[in-house]
Ligand binder design. Structure first.
Ligand code: GLA
Length: 393
């Protein structure tokens, strides 16, 4: 069912009464730049027309009463006693956001909250970063605290790294906090400088879910990050100015290959070549060269599959099915990997036909018709659209 400002407001009123304020945050689709963010590199993400919604009204005490429509579950959190729990429950993110904001000196108010959303969970479209930013924005607004959007993104990233335990990069929270409608964001994850690049009018992004929930296997994700750090430590003996894989050139990697085992060498080869692909992709996007952009996107998938080893058979099958459509410029897995969605860049007039063809072929090969979504890059986190006045028919 479509979520609207009216539906989330109504859900709040029937549960808690009163008049809430409404906020929403989009999900993200990374066009290219897989796992480059925590290596200080570039990424080229955009946002989706899918959102997390938050309805919020202040309370007189320091309690958060939070109802998730997605899980049909109510949780109470005492802002003066936020305890981490080990189970990966949805309210872990609520606790994490409240804890990190309070820890950063932002004293929150108690609130009644309803959460809803249409971003598939574990689909690689950043449902968790979207929840974090929507909630943080709403809680800060409720306490009349204004912070800069870049700081908001960094605080929400800390929810993952310090509370949930995933040592993720800054990409997801940053693009959700600062992107712009109909644009992609070329982000330097080291300096946090960014440029907004318009999406070409004649090409659209289509995401299709393998149905394999990735649940971002914390171990696998963190182990990739540890491998990158180990490679930097080994190479730094020979290349003293090396602070992160961002600083490494392909030629330097080849020259110093003997310092790495084959696995670390391939991890580095992915990151170094991917950072270059993001720069090339950004140039292609600016020229409106969808064909070149597509080639780079497909090369990114091959590198994530073979060198970074974060794909799975369902993702590889989906990417092959997408690339077999002549109207598709290129495709790759999105997000952390190990399942979730793949994205393809499609010649816009054929979007509907490609969507149907990919879903039908995936169903024929893997036995289930996958969920698919045509991406319309939307506004960043902020107040939800105003409720349309009711017009009697
Ligand atoms: C997840 C993380 C991001 C990024 C991607 C891979 O979405 O949250 O920081 O590392 O994986 O590009």
């Amino acid at each position: 069912m479509t979520i609207t400002s009216r539906s989330i407001r109504d859900a709040f009123v029937s549960r808690f009464g009163g008049q809430p304020k409404l906020f929403c945050a989009p999900g993200r689709v990374n066009i290219i730049g897989g796992h480059t963010d925590y290596n200080g590199g570039f990424v080229l993400p955009t946002t989706t027309g899918l959102h997390t919604w938050v309805a919020i009204a202040p309370r007189a005490d320091r309690t958060l009463r939070v109802f998730s429509r997605i899980f049909d579950s109510l949780e109470e959190i005492d802002l003066d006693r936020i305890e981490k729990c080990d189970d990966a429950q949805w309210y872990q993110y609520v606790k994490g956001v409240a804890s990190i904001l309070e820890g950063a000196g932002h004293t929150l108010r108690g609130a009644d909250i309803v959460i809803d959303g249409d971003i598939p969970l574990g689909g690689g479209l950043s449902s968790s970063a979207s929840l974090e930013t929507a909630l943080a924005f709403a809680l800060l607004d409720c306490a009349a605290i204004e912070i800069e959007r870049g700081e908001l993104a960094q605080l929400c990233q800390r929810v993952e790294t310090e509370f949930v335990g995933i040592r993720c990069g800054i990409m997801d929270q940053y693009v959700i906090s600062r992107c712009a409608k109909d644009h992609a964001m070329m982000l330097d994850c080291r300096s946090l400088e960014f440029q907004l690049v318009p999406m070409p009018a004649d090409a659209r992004l289509l995401v299709v879910d393998t149905g394999v929930s990735h649940r971002l296997p914390t171990g696998e994700y963190n182990s990739r990050r540890n491998e990158c750090e180990e490679a930097v430590a080994r190479l730094a003996g020979k290349i003293p100015q090396l602070g992160a894989l961002r600083d490494l050139g392909l030629d330097q990697l080849e020259e110093n290959r003997n310092l790495l085992d084959d696995r670390l060498y391939r991890r580095c080869r992915h990151i170094v070549s991917e950072i270059q692909r993001v720069e090339d992709a950004c140039s292609a996007l600016r020229r409106g060269d969808a064909r070149r952009l597509g080639e780079l996107v497909t090369a990114s998938h091959a590198s994530l599959r073979d060198d970074y080893e974060i794909s799975c058979s369902e993702l590889d099958a989906l990417v092959e099915i997408m690339n077999a459509c002549p109207e598709v410029y290129g495709s790759r897995l999105v997000g952390g990997g190990f399942g979730g969605c793949a994205v393809c860049l499609v010649h816009a007039p054929h979007l509907g036909r490609v969507m149907d063809k990919v879903q039908t072929e995936y169903a024929a090969q893997l036995g289930r018709r996958p969920w698919a979504h045509a991406v319309t890059p939307s506004d960043p986190v902020g107040p939800a659209p105003a409720i349309e006045p009711f017009v009697a028919q």
